[in-house]
Design a protein around this ligand. Structure first.
Ligand code: PGA
Length: 260
């Protein structure tokens, strides 16, 4: 059975001091409450990755980057390359978040290049996909999910499925307080797993973690995690407060090992 990942996507929040403080509080929480089948993951902004890694060094918590350059190295001002993340021992990286697709016009082809750069460095991508409200209302959800998967994963081979995480994040649920119902989320996740099963193979598809993202909070995480194909959350707003983060981790720990 797949473990659960509680991933905090901090976006452009928290300064250096606030990042360290949260990481210290998380480290002491995990000392007592760490569950072998629940992975804590945090994605702070680039400049604070090293300090977050250092503070969480002695814990099982993972630190992820929020993005990566599609280029290998060189004259690309403001960009950060996969090899640079790898040199900090960063092993996970979010790619294709809807905010990058929307504000930076990232295409599936560009996201695919980023996936390739990450995989060259042994970094596990957390690939974000999901439809807008207009697309859902037009009945385009399935088609959109499939085309985003096809575009980003074209030509890519996986080892065993441990080397890819997918986050389904309906754009209309991100930062809006509106969560997809557990049923809507499960339907999308089942579709994604079925697609992965065909594209790779059933065993690999069973190993890939599928996270749900979009207004996940302490009050709704249990219901979402109870769905068969939801293996964790990619959480923005509610991951910024240590009390909320701990509450969500504790809920996941309570559910891990049950037949979710
Ligand atoms: P939210 O963000 O939890 O604030 O809706 C989730 C995300 O964008 O990853």
């Amino acid at each position: 059975m797949r473990s659960i990942i509680i991933a905090g996507n901090w976006k452009m929040n928290k300064d250096a001091g606030q990042t360290s403080e949260f990481c210290r509080q998380l480290a002491s929480f995990l000392k007592e409450h760490s569950h072998p089948r629940v992975t804590a993951l945090l994605a702070p902004v680039y400049p604070f990755l090293a300090q977050a890694r250092e503070i969480l060094e002695s814990t099982p918590a993972l630190v992820a980057a929020q993005d990566v350059s599609a280029r290998e190295q060189g004259a690309f001002t403001g960009e950060v390359a996969a090899f640079q993340l790898a040199s900090l021992n960063i092993r996970h990286c979010i790619v294709g978040h809807s905010e990058r697709r929307q504000y930076h016009l990232e295409s599936d082809a560009l996201i695919r290049e980023k996936l390739i750069r990450l995989r060259e460095q042994g970094i596990t991508p957390i690939l974000c996909i999901g439809e807008t409200l207009a697309q859902r209302e037009a009945g385009e959800t399935e088609g959109l999910i499939v085309s985003q998967l096809e575009g980003a994963l074209q030509g890519l081979e996986l080892d065993a499925g441990e080397d890819l995480v997918i986050a389904y994040e309906p754009v209309w649920a991100i930062g809006t307080g509106v969560t997809a119902t557990a049923q809507q989320a499960q339907e999308a996740h089942a579709l994604i797993r079925a697609w992965l099963s065909q594209r790779f193979n059933p065993a690999t598809a069973q190993r890939i973690h599928l996270l749900y993202g979009g207004s996940v909070k302490p009050g709704n995480i249990a219901e979402l995690l109870s769905c068969a194909d939801i293996d964790g959350g990619l959480i923005g707003g509610a991951s910024l407060k240590i009390e909320d983060y701990q509450a969500m981790y504790a809920t996941a720990a309570g559910l891990a090992g049950t037949a979710r």
